[in-house]
Design a binder for this molecule. Structure first.
Ligand code: ATP
Ligand code: MG
Length: 419
């Protein structure tokens, strides 16, 4: 028996309505905020992610699915995230001279070779948005407001916005030094990965999940105390905009984001009650990214929201039952001639926009009525040879068990069941 690959999932029809509902909320909200949908390839040149995500990140160092392409042996990778691809696409398609700001959203699968656990899989689905061409904190606030309105519409009262600023290329170097000095003095308490981070990517020391590292990190120098005047005033304006929009937040110095390209504002929406993988959405500003991928100087702000974690968060609140459509009519058919008649009527009802079903299995009448009940049919029509000869059949309203005679004619049936 061949099984699915570890860390991937099958989503069956009993769960797809919930996913589809979440996706429809994402699309509607994104479009309300003026974002247009973009679709990019599932795989790209490995080089794009090495440069775009950053070669010191876990994503690039350990988590990418990379392989040589058959034709010329070129290294390609399954996308581990969406931002680098969107940036490549806007540069390659000449969108950087469109009127600003540019606003794009996507719902895509991403691939990371991580240790699978609740809320962490190797193929996962992400709703992402990217906005380019505004350096204003009002743009940051708009991106955050979009994420927040999606979560609000999904009813996720257990989610909190955590906010921080990690500075820019002016103030980051001094902060980085303060961090290296602080953690350097406490090197013995750090895990091996963090000892390595001390040299390669000290900012990431702040979000290590190892409890001992987290204890050391608690009293580490805070980015917000090391911001330059520009970053400082931008952060104040961002919080003022969020206050103005009525969006609650907590300032949280431990939020640093995993990817290299972030500058300035960073944020996470964290859910309570769904276990260790509790960040349902993470994002921030990435002002240097477009240029570093060969485009013009163009600022950016975006976020990624993981669908499976949203499902967990909705489940924790009992918000995961989405009603599935039920048939307007089920035709119970007795015998082959009736079955053929039934598929004809059913087809006409479907063409008229209704959800209709009929027996195509050849069950007994009793079993068919049981099935009609199970699938929640609103009406049933019982058709056998004598009904076909008479041209009328009993039509039963399943909610109140009343019965009328219905002509065996699709138009007349539609009139009777009222749609
Ligand atoms: P984490 O710290 O949880 O690993 P991250 O910083 O790697 O998250 P991002 O790259 O910012 O995550 O991705 C944005 C969002 O995508 C996350 O907040 C999360 O909801 C979701 N996500 C990331 N990796 C996975 C995964 N392996 N499985 C499921 N969802 C994921
Ligand atoms: Mg990660």
């Amino acid at each position: 028996m061949i099984q699915r690959i570890k860390g991937t999932m099958d989503i069956l029809p009993n769960e797809t309505p919930l996913f589809r509902y979440i996706e429809s909320v994402m699309r509607e909200e994104a479009e309300k905020y003026g974002y247009g949908e973009i679709r990019t390839p599932t795989f790209e040149s490995t080089e794009l992610f090495v440069r775009g995500v950053g070669d010191t990140t876990d994503v690039v160092q350990k988590e990418m699915y990379t392989f040589a392409d058959g034709d010329d042996g070129k290294s390609i990778s399954l996308r581990p995230e969406g931002t680098a691809s969107v940036v490549r696409a806007i540069i390659e398609n000449g969108r950087c001279s469109d009127p600003m700001p540019l606003k794009y959203y996507y719902i895509m699968s991403c691939f990371r070779h991580e240790k699978p656990q609740a809320g962490r899989s190797r193929e996962f689905f992400q709703f992402g948005t990217e906005m380019f061409g505004s350096e204003s904190p009002a743009a940051d606030a708009t991106a955050i407001a979009l994420a927040s309105s999606v979560l609000k519409r999904l009813g996720l009262k257990n989610v909190k916005l955590h906010l921080n600023s990690i500075g820019c290329k002016e103030c980051r170097p001094a902060y980085r030094e303060a961090l290296v000095s602080y953690f350097g003095q406490r090197r013995d308490c750090l895990c091996d990965t963090c000892k390595d981070r001390l040299v390669k990517n000290p900012l990431r020391l702040l979000d290590c999940k190892n409890p001992e590292c987290a204890t050391v990190a608690k009293d580490a120098p805070k980015t917000l105390d090391h911001l330059c005047d520009t970053c400082n005033s931008k952060f104040k304006l961002l919080t003022a905009a969020l206050d103005e929009m009525g969006i609650a937040y907590v300032v949280d110095p431990s939020i640093v984001r995993g990817l290299d390209y972030y500058t300035g504002a960073v944020f996470e929406f964290i859910a309570e009650g769904i276990g260790a993988q509790s960040t349902v959405c993470g994002g921030g500003r990435y002002d240097g990214l477009v240029k570093s991928l060969g485009g013009p100087e163009l600022s950016g702000i975006g976020f990624g929201m993981g669908l499976t974690r949203l499902v967990l968060a909705m489940r924790a609140l009992g918000l995961d039952s989405i009603p599935t459509p039920t048939p307007d009519l089920y035709i119970a058919a007795l015998g082959e001639r009736a079955m053929i008649k039934a598929v004809g009527i059913t087809e006409r009802l479907r063409a008229a926009g209704m959800y209709a079903e009929c027996d195509i299995v050849g069950r007994s009448l009793k079993a068919q009525m049981k099935y009609a009940n199970k699938i929640g049919a609103k009406y049933t029509l019982i058709v056998g040879d004598s009904e076909i000869d008479a041209g009328v059949a009993p039509l039963r309203n399943m909610s109140d068990s009343t019965q009328t005679d219905a002509p065996l004619d699709a138009e007349k049936i539609i009139e009777l069941i009222g749609k």
